[in-house]
Design a protein around this ligand. Structure first.
Ligand code: ME8
Length: 530
């Protein structure tokens, strides 16, 4: 069934330190998917937010001499400011300290208790505070280190509620039968081999040793385990169980909605084992896809707040513009694999792809149309020059591949195809040598065709890049003389869209960077996350 609606979520981040480029990576990916779907006239709901409860936050707040609420208010503010600076188009921002969320978690907990999915027991095990995760003896090994983050764990014993993980295991495995639900597929195998086959323990879903959490109605000594609390955000933001639940009906309940969670590899277990089980316990449908992206690493390993090796996106945005950062993130880190942030690659991407491939193509084409045709794009005619058919076919093939790849979440590859199309257009200029054609009156038709083909390829390439290049694409459309109605996605395959349009000179779209100087500058930012 072709789904017409699209619900996409980022993880809700811990406001336990300022956001870094790793968070920006995940949020940008989701933003690009959301913008792509909207561009194709899907009804889309894009959610992000912050995960504000738990022991780690409570401890951090104490250290800072603030109440937990003051502490999370401050940092959440930094997150929302960053998203607006990065032109993130989220439809909502959920905070787990909001009343709407707290009520939903309490209702969900009550429902699970009523259904006998949760029981009261005693917990003895190892706890990793930074990850807010319990581990068994075997999982932490001899050295008592957290299997996720490698930091020391602490012994914990307390009365706790437990979720019966075996009860919904058959349904979980049925969901796993579909190879698309967890992408890339090796993540699914990892879950099966590491957690499911050795035997899933019941999950501890409440804590009594601290109070900064959602209080359980039935037993006020307990707060909900922060992961149960956090995962419910995907429902609470839609108004699940509330009086006004239109969004829930539209984007979760309706089979017409495609539900996609984008997460980092560090939190796969929660999203692909416990979350689907919680949903089954509530009798709800499961997400269509959980997309696990790789992590952005630094030379000394995973970029993380506690290691202090993080890069803040702000100074990058200020110096290079938001499009450069967005493009780098989407293009450089192959979706699903870990990527390494290096200043050299960053500067290279801006120069090679943005300044040369796009910027140059646009400015050369506009100047030539002005010089040879008084700024008016000649009418499009097919197949005049020997290379024209190849260009026409390549445009249609690129659009086809782009849609298939983005619909299947292969984001990096989709944008590589678009860059290849623009690269081909640059080569087409060299091959057809318009400056030579212009000297020969009998070659006028050839020259017209080169210009109309170039203008059209720029339109298509820019439209396909629009979800990434949010600032520069309207400038390019304007340079081509297109109105908003004309540069609608539905016009993408209309070869004649630019006929007789008056072009305008643009500013320099992406200034070429001085490699040595800018590499030094970016190096200076590393480790500085203010
Ligand atoms: O885990 N590279 O929050 P969190 C790429 N609150 N992405 C990175 C990254 C890196 N170096 N570092 C972080 C939590 N991320 C929970 C989530 S969801 C119900 C609760 C991204 O602040 C990546 O998407 O630790 C990762 O999964 C997420 O931030 C974790 O953010």
């Amino acid at each position: 069934m072709l789904k017409k609606r699209f619900y996409i979520t980022t993880p809700i981040y811990y406001p336990s330190g300022n956001p870094h480029i790793g968070h920006a990576y995940c949020t940008t990916l989701c933003d690009v998917f959301a913008r792509y779907k909207r561009m194709r006239h899907f009804e889309c709901y894009f959610l992000t937010g912050t995960d504000e409860h738990g022991l780690k936050i409570e401890k951090n707040a104490e250290k800072a001499g603030l109440t937990p609420q003051e502490y999370v208010d401050n940092i959440t503010n930094v997150f929302t400011k960053l998203w607006s600076a990065m032109k993130i188009s989220n439809d909502d921002f959920i905070r787990t300290t909001q009343e709407r969320h707290i009520t939903t978690v309490q209702n969900i907990f009550s429902k699970m208790l009523e259904n006998d999915d949760i029981y009261l027991g005693k917990y003895e095990g190892w706890y990793c505070t930074p990850c807010e995760s319990f581990w068994t003896e075997t999982q932490v090994g001899e050295n008592h280190l957290c299997p996720d983050c490698g930091r020391p764990v602490e012994k914990a014993t307390e009365e706790s509620y437990f979720f019966k993980t075996q009860k919904y295991l058959p349904e979980l495995l049925k969901w796993y039968d579909n190879d698309k639900v967890i992408t890339p597929i090796n993540r699914k195998n990892e879950m099966l081999n590491t957690f499911i086959k050795p035997g899933l323990d019941d999950l501890c879903v409440s804590r009594t040793s601290f109070s900064w959490g959602v209080q359980i109605r039935e037993n006020n000594k307990h707060v909900a385990y922060v992961w149960l609390d956090a995962l419910c955000n995907y429902l609470s933001a839609l108004g699940y169980g509330a009086d006004h639940d239109e969004l829930y009906q539209k984007f979760w309940k309706s089979e017409e909605s495609e539900i996609i969670h984008v997460i980092g590899a560090d939190i796969t277990r929660f999203h692909t084992i416990y979350w689907p089980e919680f949903l089954k316990a509530l009798g709800l449908r499961l997400p269509d896809r959980v997309f696990v992206h790789g992590l952005l690493m630094m030379k000394d390993g995973k970029m993380s707040k506690s290691k202090g090796n993080v890069v803040s996106p702000y100074p990058l945005i200020e110096r290079y513009g938001v499009d450069a950062i967005r493009y780098y993130l989407v293009r450089e880190v192959v979706f699903g694999q870990d990527g390494q942030f290096t200043p050299e690659q960053f500067v290279d991407r801006v120069n090679v792809d943005l300044a040369n491939n796009i910027g140059n193509l646009v400015s050369r084409t506009i100047s030539m149309i002005q010089k040879y045709f008084d700024g008016v794009v000649p009418n499009f005619e097919k197949g005049v020059n020997p290379q024209d058919k190849e260009i026409e076919d390549m445009v249609l093939e690129t659009i086809f591949q782009y849609e298939n790849k983005l619909d299947d979440l292969h984001i990096t590859e989709a944008f590589i195809d678009v860059m290849n199309l623009l690269g081909r257009a640059n080569k087409y200029i060299e091959e057809t040598a318009p400056w030579t054609l212009a000297k020969d009156e009998t070659k006028k038709k050839n020259l017209e065709s080169v210009m109309s083909h170039l203008a059209y390829v720029i339109f298509v390439g820019t439209k396909l890049l629009e979800p990434v290049l949010v600032e520069k694409s309207p400038i390019i459309f304007n340079a081509l003389g297109l109105t908003k109605e004309e540069y609608d996605y539905d016009n993408l395959k209309n070869f004649n869209v630019l006929n007789n349009h008056k072009v305008n000179k643009t500013e320099i779209l992406f200034p070429r960077l001085d490699v040595a100087k800018e590499v030094e500058y970016v190096k200076g930012l590393m480790g500085n996350n203010k």
